[in-house]
Write a protein that binds this ligand. Sequence first.
Ligand SMILES: Nc1ncnc2c1ncn2[C@@H]1O[C@H](COP(=O)(O)OP(=O)(O)O)[C@@H](O)[C@H]1O
Ligand SMILES: [Mg+2]
Length: 438
Amino acid sequence: MKRTTLLLNQMIMPRESINLHTNTGIKIPYNKRIEQDLRHDLSVFIKENNNKINNVFDIQIPDLKTLEKGTKPEADVANEELVKRPLVVEHLKRIFNPNKNVSNYYMICGEHGTGKTTLTKIASKEVGKGVIYFDVPENPTIEKFGMAFGKVLNFTFEEHISFTAQLINKILGITPGRLIGFGIIFDNKAFDPNFSFIEKPRLEKWERVLEAFKCTSTLYKKKYGKPPVIIYDSISLLIPKYLEILDTLQDGAKKGADERKFVAVFVSSEGSVPQRMEQRSASSRADKPLIEIGDLSKEETMEYLIKKRGINSVEAERLYDLVGGRLVNLKSVADKSLAGQSFEDIKTIVFNNIFNNFEKAKINPNQKNHEIAKIIIRALLNSNNILHVSMLRELTKVEPNQLLENNVFAYHPSNKTVTFQSRSIEFYIRENADKFIK
Ligand SMILES: Nc1ncnc2c1ncn2[C@@H]1O[C@H](COP(=O)(O)OP(=O)(O)O)[C@@H](O)[C@H]1O
Ligand SMILES: [Mg+2]
């Protein structure tokens, strides 16, 4: 195994040339000597391991430049409409600009539409260098996930090429910054040059990209004295179908933290994701408490509606009562109000959406979860809209997970509490008290 490190180290050495090969006296370019040494190392490695090596594959390493530049993503909010949330942005910037000894990974959570993506993009763009921002694509498949992941790291999925061809490629300096690492499949287990260990003879695209990122992060840290940061946004899209990817990313994040190689940041909208991640052993490196991004305060909401969107203060108050400080909803009702829709029309639309969510959660009258939902609703109304998650189980005798998936109730991992998913849900319930409260 030591060999592999040696190989990697040699491969990343600068490509100067020297003229003489000491033993033979024959003029031989320095790079060729590296190649010979590599071949020698490899043959020793193979012998030492009883020829059990089945295959040799290369791991492409994305250009260090991609990490050096950073992704610098653009937030999709016009500057005039943006409510600055300096406390959160500063907090995120500190995380995205880690010192060399940071040994945590992070979890940013909050309900859908609270502004997580926007703030994360703003902070990662401001820090810039060394910050990779990756947003999980909608309706992911293994292929789509792998391609999108590769794209942010500038990873070209070239065909696996043989060791020799790869080596020559590198040695001739055709693609500097790439093809500098490789792994060896040994006994059907793949080792990367840093000896992480994958129980798989073949890697999926996304796994190759992840392995490559790990290698490059080592180079980055060596050069800049601090670990790069990788942000995985919208990771809730990976569940329930691709739990395996989520788990691998989390295990990688833990290892990256243990070895102080890179800092991973997960951004999630779904309460059950942080819940699951917490239950796994890899959570020992997660920074606690989690960072929860919540709704705007009333003051910020008024700033948004009145100053940023130009809505009059009477209407702004009513809209705040209807949807609270949830940005995604505020934007939607503000757009409608500015397009000339009356408050009553807007309210009907909001309520129809909520009705649909209740249908999906099966909590409308005569639906299967109606009685359980009523128990929770009453308990929430009696306890100032906050319940510890364990109370939920006691009250309903049902595992809370099931109840938290349908945008009616929200789970807050930072203090393990449950609330209504938004202020508009509470508003709706109060207006339909005969159905849900009595
Ligand atoms: N600080 C902000 N000021 C104004 N609009 C915002 C702000 N943050 C988010 N928005 C808007 O609210 C909507 C939801 O924001 P987003 O960042 O996508 O939320 P999340 O990632 O939490 O689901 C987007 O349309 C975005 O344009
Ligand atoms: Mg988002």
